[in-house]
Design a protein around this ligand. Structure first.
Ligand code: ARG
Length: 464
């Protein structure tokens, strides 16, 4: 058991099983960078206040910067005997500086640290997720444009409905993911970092000292939440008690996951022998250990399956937070694993699906076979008749009967004589059947739609 940040009032050693049970170091080491930020800012505020002299502050800052460099160089290994990341950093500084390190935690609470760290984590990962979404938006756009002359049967109830252009199809996913991007952007814009809550009641360190310390820190070329409005606490009780930012972040990820799962399902379906529209890039599929012919869409299936975990993580934090008395409660430590889990899963999925979209190929022959299905144009026939003045329900019934007749007789509408056609409606003839029952007409006849342009140019790419 490593040194703890508490213990003075205790006569007995903490129970070993309980100590193991309550530790968070095995996951909260992931916010190590932000925890070091908190310490650097705190040291600077202590110096401003006169609680540390210049030399002490410089030594502490330099020890913290050394640990930060270890993290950045990938050399940092958390000591899993520590209670949490805050304790681990404290113990490292103690190892480097001895007694002086005892001043690092002066007038500070882990309650303030942990919320600071988690907010910064959400901000930085949110930026990265936005940049991954940008790549997907660009790849969807590119895919749509590559096959801009292709049409596709559109579905409702997984039954053939009406013809759409392929670029409109990819555009649907583009629009969904663009809204996810915008949701994340709004989250990033309002994210702020706060410091100085103390345990819950505020701190005797003046807010000016914290503001000055934060200003100095942010000017020292460290990554900054660009949209942060406020750097001091609005309300310390709220600050240490609230995790709605985690819930909001997980909600954004859950909606994004729901969209990705729908894309995955369409791609799985359209790449089956039964549909045969899409050819998935091999690099994202796996084979069968027994059936040599198989090319299985395992990535897409795992993505679809992950939806349970992503929703579960959101529900887990929502439920943990329900009914908690103000302010900080240890229950809240349990927000980290769901937060990290959803973030990491989404980042993997987004990275991989971007490549899959890039490598997706269309099987134009199979698509053409499907487009030959005359039923796909039944609605266009109705609309054509309506524009000639036939009442809608009359046109609907007439075309319904025509479709049923052709189905029962196993004949093509395209091969019926004008005389036969006119039995269903006097305006029908082979000439207009040929004009109407084709994908170009079906798509071009839709006048209610905006131009098919999905632009990614206005988005500023962001890196982690
Ligand atoms: N590991 C804790 C968490 O993640 C840090 C805060 C601990 N605070 C306390 N009063 N025990 O929430």
């Amino acid at each position: 058991m490593a040194d703890k940040l508490w213990g003075g009032r205790f006569k007995k050693e903490v129970n070993k099983d309980f100590f193991e049970f309550q530790k968070s170091i095995h996951y909260d080491y992931k916010v190590v960078e932000y925890d070091i930020y908190h310490s650097i800012i705190h040291v600077s505020a202590l110096e401003e206040t006169g609680l540390l002299n210049k030399d002490e502050a410089a030594k502490l800052t330099s020890a913290l910067s050394d640990i930060f460099s270890e993290v950045r160089e990938g050399k940092f290994k958390p000591n899993l005997d520590s209670e949490d990341i805050h304790t681990d950093i404290q113990n490292r500084v103690t190892k480097k500086l001895g007694a002086l390190a005892q001043k690092l935690h002066t007038l500070r609470s882990r309650n303030d640290q942990v919320v600071f760290d988690a907010k910064w984590y959400c901000y930085r990962e949110g930026l990265y997720i936005s940049s991954l979404l940008n790549v997907i938006l660009a790849n969807l756009n590119h895919l749509g444009n590559t096959y801009r002359d292709v049409f596709l049967p559109g579905y409702t109830h997984t039954q053939r409905a009406q013809v759409v252009s392929f670029i409109r199809y990819t555009g649907a996913f583009f629009c969904m993911l663009e809204r996810d991007f915008e949701r994340m952007d709004a989250f990033l814009k309002k994210s702020s970092i706060y410091i100085g809550s103390g345990a819950l009641a505020g701190s005797t360190i003046p807010k000016e000292a914290y503001s000055e310390a934060l200003k100095k820190f942010l000017e020292s070329s460290r990554p900054e939440p660009k949209h942060s409005k406020s750097y001091t606490v609005k309300n310390p009780l709220d600050n240490v008690a609230s995790r709605d930012f985690v819930i909001e972040f997980l909600s954004i990820l859950s909606i994004l996951q729901m969209h990705l799962s729908r894309m995955a399902e369409d791609f799985i379906l359209y790449s089956t022998k039964e549909f045969g529209f899409f050819d998935l890039p091999e690099e994202y599929c796996t084979g069968s250990s027994l059936m040599p012919h198989k090319k299985n869409p395992d990535f897409l299936e795992l993505l679809r399956g992950n939806t349970g975990k992503i929703y579960g993580n959101l529900i887990s934090v929502l439920t943990t937070m329900k009914g908690l008395p103000l302010t900080y409660n240890r229950d809240m430590q349990l927000d980290k694993e769901p937060l990290f889990s959803s973030t990491e899963v989404l980042e993997q999925e987004l990275k991989i699906i971007a490549g899959l979209i890039k490598g997706l190929k269309l099987n134009k022959n199979r698509i053409q076979q499907a487009l030959d299905d005359e039923e796909l144009y039944a609605t266009e026939l109705v609309e054509f008749l309506v524009h000639l003045g036939v009442p809608f329900s009359q046109a609907h019934t007439a075309v319904g009967k025509l479709i049923r007749f052709a189905e029962d007789k196993k004949i093509k509408i395209r091969e019926m004589s004008d005389k036969e056609l006119r039995k269903f409606d006097q305006h029908l003839s082979q000439l207009n059947i040929k004009k109407i029952m084709n994908p170009e007409y079906a798509v071009a006849s839709k006048k209610s739609l905006p131009a098919q342009k999905y632009s990614t140019s206005k988005r500023s790419p962001r890196s982690k």
